[in-house]
Design a protein around this ligand. Sequence first.
Ligand code: GLA
Length: 403
Amino acid sequence: MYKPLRLETKAKTRFDSNALYNKFLELFDSEPLLVRSPGRINLIGEHTDYNDGFVMPAAIDRDIVVGINFSQESHSTLYSVKHNEFFSFHTTNPEKVSSPLWANYLLGVVRKFIDKGHAVKSFHCVVDGDVPTGGGLSSSAALECSFAFALDHLHKFDIPKLQLILIAQWAEHHYVGVMCGIMDQFASMMGREGKAFVLDCRSLEYHYFPVDMKECSIVLCDTMVKHSLASSEYNTRRLECEQGVKIIRERYPEVKSLRDATPDMIENVRDKFTGKVLNRCVYVVQENQRVLDAAQDLEKGDLKAFGKKMYATHDGLSQLYEVSCPELDFLVEASKNTNGVLGSRMMGGGFGGCTINLVLKDEVKSFISKMAASYLDKFKIEMAYYIVSLKDGTSLINTSHLK
Ligand code: GLA
């Protein structure tokens, strides 16, 4: 059993879904079903999910909320509050579109429902939320998951959550173009209040452990940048890992993915790798082991050791896997000169977004102000920050008090 990781928590849901409910009424003159799905953090285990490895995510107190109800028309209409934009499509033909891009997250989900034989009827849908986009908190997975859950619930198809997770991931692959692993959708759908979990991305077995937030906080520092190579480089990393597996398999046919590779195996075929593939494989194999070791740190209640592993992960992501950027590297480096920081690293796909920091509660204020000041000084950009607490995954929002 894992000992609680001691971190600060604030138990509240921020997003005001009443406004979304009223917007829906105003636009479509009917009462919507409301579904929320949270963003996620990942304590450790980055770029391991699509290598069949281990991750340690949790759902957070920021949601994407979807309002939905049937429509009597032959087409369906989507409305994004954030973009103040409508999009309509023939319900039986949810084609991928070049604009607006936000619609593709939903269209992909509809496509997969239909392909799986579910008779989707026309609907109206309104989308809003407070998961920052481009921040590496998986606003896209949160959108896919809340919509998939809402579409399912509206039609009473009764599709199991695991299937909805896979549908959401399919939408990301085929309608958004990012060949993501399973972590984000899984965390958004399956998160638990006050808990993180270790997920085995091969078997999809998972176990929750409590994150007791008394001593430390989880603070996310948002670089406010998202470099444009993010999705193309992401897909390239995935291909590089597959190339690595091919090379290792020539000597070790039992290796089905980097999850199965060991440092010795890699060492024994090191002269067969070309380009950066060796470094990519070394990172993934190390990171998988790090997640397992980090889980033991938590079991022992050794947050210092856990924090050190966060730094080691960052070094690997920056130097071997090459998915960091100057802004992220700067924030992680700066954290080392700040009191009360146990660990810091870039989080998520990379090339921008947030760092995740484990900070002693008493030092949180001064940590944030020091980081913000030095970031502003260096990049002339105002850093955003989020002190997160852990929440339940995708769920219906009770609207009975609104009716
Ligand atoms: C993105 C992807 C995830 C995962 C992370 C990196 O968030 O969507 O599947 O690969 O990057 O760990």
